[in-house]
Design a protein around this ligand. Structure first.
Ligand code: USQ
Length: 380
């Protein structure tokens, strides 16, 4: 198939694009390189050395058919339209969004940038496809954070909740109530609503992947060539919790557990992200149906349990910090991941991959770690 990967230079987009190319698809990455630019602006470097986009694409040609178009899909709809018209994609995977919750909560500029970039980018995509008369399968990277973390509705289903309406007694399936915890998470709630409208009105096939917190760095493919290496974020704004703690352990920095660490979250390894994207891309819903939702998650842990696991394996201390975020101090989390499992998804387990990650990837680059960027500046 012809597959366009929007945001294919980022942490999840890059290994997913390579995986799709290795599967034999013709892949075009569309990206404005904003992740690299924000990294420089806020001094949030990747722990791993990553190649320039031209070096990446040259190396990717050995994996499969990969091309690159520089385009800002939110700011430059004209160029974006030309690219979509030329590619005529069968599938469009949409990662092209500002993806860090703490970054989105730093201040007015970052709140507006995140909303403008993410919501306009998604609307531009859908709206341009309407005018072009194209109906590719859209695979959108959403987040588990759209559901929020109260456990009033029991196990979190995949996108939709079966309820009985009190006044009529009718059984209906409604969109799971959005309960975002940051401006970033809010944009994914808005994206979902928008895509639901486009599917209903213009007949699209859409898959929304509500993904958990990604950990790990490399996939089987990115490991094969230093020019293909994936980025690894450990700073206070872009680093996700498990990768942050893995890297902190390497330099003896007390593990930054926010609050009691009783926050339960869903996790997935980066290799599984790439696999799930490929599974989703090749399994579209029926045309015009409301978006199909898969919860792209492997397992659930509390932050505290993860910190203990890393402390036991490495001997580093746990440093409990006042929680800079507005979130439940303790929560239960049960999540269904039936959709992807029914398509054959067999997740990598955290206890199997953790030591390997610490030793093989992060351990090689600890001299590049800047302790000054570990603590988060965002407060809400
Ligand atoms: N946390 C700590 N210590 C840290 C960093 C985080 O205790 O040093 C805690 C946070 O308070 C939070 C949990 O760990 O309770 C997760 O934080 P995170 O920064 O790893 O994840 P989050 O901000 O939710 O965002 C990340 C990605 C985002 C993705 C989301 C999936 O940046 O793109 O959508 O994970 S999910 O959280 O399932 O919505």
């Amino acid at each position: 198939m012809k597959i366009a990967v929007l945001g294919g230079d980022g942490f999840c987009g890059w290994p997913s694009a390579l995986h799709l190319a290795a599967d034999g698809h013709e892949v075009t990455i569309i990206d404005n390189l904003s992740r690299r630019a924000i990294g420089e602006k806020i001094s949030a470097p990747s722990l791993t050395p990553i190649s320039s986009i031209s070096e990446r694409i040259e190396a990717a040609k050995k994996v499969g058919n990969v091309n690159f178009i520089y385009c800002d899909i939110a700011q430059d709809p004209g160029r974006f339209k030309e690219a979509l018209a030329a590619i005529k994609a069968d599938v469009i995977v949409h990662f092209a969004e500002q993806r860090a919750a703490p970054y989105s909560m730093l201040g007015d500029l970052e709140r507006r940038y995140t909303i403008d970039n993410n919501v306009t980018g998604t609307n531009n995509l859908m709206s341009l496809l309407v005018d072009l008369g194209q109906r590719p399968h859209i695979v959108h990277l959403g987040t588990m954070g759209v559901y929020g973390y109260n456990d009033d509705f029991g196990e979190i289903p995949e996108g939709y909740l079966d309820v009985t309406v009190k006044s009529t007694g009718k059984d209906v399936s409604i969109t799971y109530p959005g309960n975002p915890g940051s401006i970033y998470h809010l944009t994914k709630v808005l994206d979902h609503q928008m895509m639901q409208f486009y599917a209903k009105n213009w007949g699209f096939q859409i898959t929304d992947l509500h993904q958990g917190i990604v950990w790990g760095t490399e996939t089987e493919i990115t490991k094969t060539d230093p020019a293909l290496m994936n980025r690894f974020d450990y700073d206070g704004e872009y680093g996700t919790v498990l990768n942050r703690m893995i890297s902190q352990a390497q330099v003896g920095f007390p593990l930054t557990v926010y609050g009691t660490g009783g926050q339960s979250r869903a996790f997935i390894h980066i290799q599984d992200t790439a696999r799930c994207i490929a599974l989703a891309a090749t399994n579209p819903p029926e045309m015009g149906e409301r978006p199909q939702v898969f919860n792209q998650v492997s397992e659930v842990h509390t932050v505290r349990d993860l910190a203990q696991m890393i402390a036991e394996k490495t001997g580093v201390e746990i440093g409990f910090l006042d929680n800079p975020r507005k979130e439940l101090a303790e929560n239960k989390l049960m999540v269904s991941n039936e959709g992807l499992r029914s398509l054959g998804f067999e997740p990598i387990r955290l206890d199997e991959g953790l030591v390997l990650e610490i030793e093989e990837t992060v351990g090689r680059f600890t001299d590049r770690l800047d302790k000054d960027v570990i603590l988060s500046k965002a407060r809400w």
